[in-house]
Design a protein around this ligand. Structure first.
Ligand SMILES: [Zn+2]
Length: 75
């Protein structure tokens, strides 16, 4: 009973612990992958991940860009 949510990451319904990211519900276990995928998606749209073929490379670059973007905003 009660409300059920669909995981934004894997598409399955969430029973138990859910995490919320930008107003979207994801499984607690999917939260990390979801965050990574969103980060890659965000920076891929900018074209700055071009040439990177593996996920690890992309996530590393996306994290770097993300921290630089934050510095840029706060400075
Ligand atoms: Zn999930």
């Amino acid at each position: 009973m009660g409300l059920t949510f669909t995981c934004e990451h894997c598409g399955e319904s969430i029973h138990g612990v859910a995490a919320v990211h930008n107003g979207k519900f994801v499984h607690h276990r999917c939260a990390k992958d979801y965050t990574r995928a969103k980060l890659i998606e965000k920076w891929e749209a900018s074209g700055l991940l071009e040439g990177l073929t593996n996920t690890e490379g992309k996530i590393n670059m996306a994290n770097l860009l993300e921290s630089e973007a934050k510095q840029f905003i706060t400075e």
